[in-house]
Design a protein around this ligand. Structure first.
Ligand SMILES: [Cu+2]
Length: 110
C-alpha cells in the first residue's frame, strides 16, 4: 500500500515537471510585438519554454534572431500563421523582424 502511494506521488511529479515547460504566444501586430493584446519590448520565459510567434498583421513578418543564445530565422509568413521557438538555454536573445527593422523584442530566459 505504501509502495502504491509512492508510485502515485512519483507519477504526479513527472506530470508536474512536464507541465512546467510553458508556452506563450507573442503576436506581431501593427509592426510591434504584443502579448495578450499589449505591446511588449521585453519578455521573460523559463529555460525550455516555447514562444509561438504569431502574425496578426495583414502583411508578412520574418522573425529572426542572430543572438548567441538562440539563432533562428522563421522565414516570412502571413497573417494567422504562428511558428514556435524553444528557448533551451538561459540568457538573453534579441528578436527582430527582417522586414520591419523597428521591431525589437528582448527575450530573457531564466
Ligand atoms: Cu515585420
Amino acid at each position: 500500500m505504501l509502495r502504491i502511494s509512492y508510485l502515485v506521488t512519483m507519477a504526479t511529479m513527472v506530470v508536474a515537471t512536464t507541465a512546467a515547460a510553458g508556452e506563450i504566444t507573442i503576436g506581431q501586430k501593427d509592426k510591434t510585438f504584443v502579448m495578450n493584446g499589449a505591446k511588449v519590448e521585453t519578455v521573460t520565459v523559463k529555460v525550455g519554454d516555447t514562444i509561438n510567434f504569431k502574425n496578426e498583421d495583414p502583411w508578412f513578418h520574418n522573425i529572426f534572431s542572430l543572438s548567441d543564445l538562440k539563432t533562428f530565422d522563421l522565414g516570412s509568413y502571413p497573417q494567422g500563421q504562428s511558428k514556435p521557438v524553444v528557448f533551451d538555454k538561459a540568457g538573453t536573445a534579441e528578436v527582430e523582424c527582417a522586414i520591419h527593422p523597428t521591431m525589437m523584442l528582448k527575450v530573457e530566459v531564466k
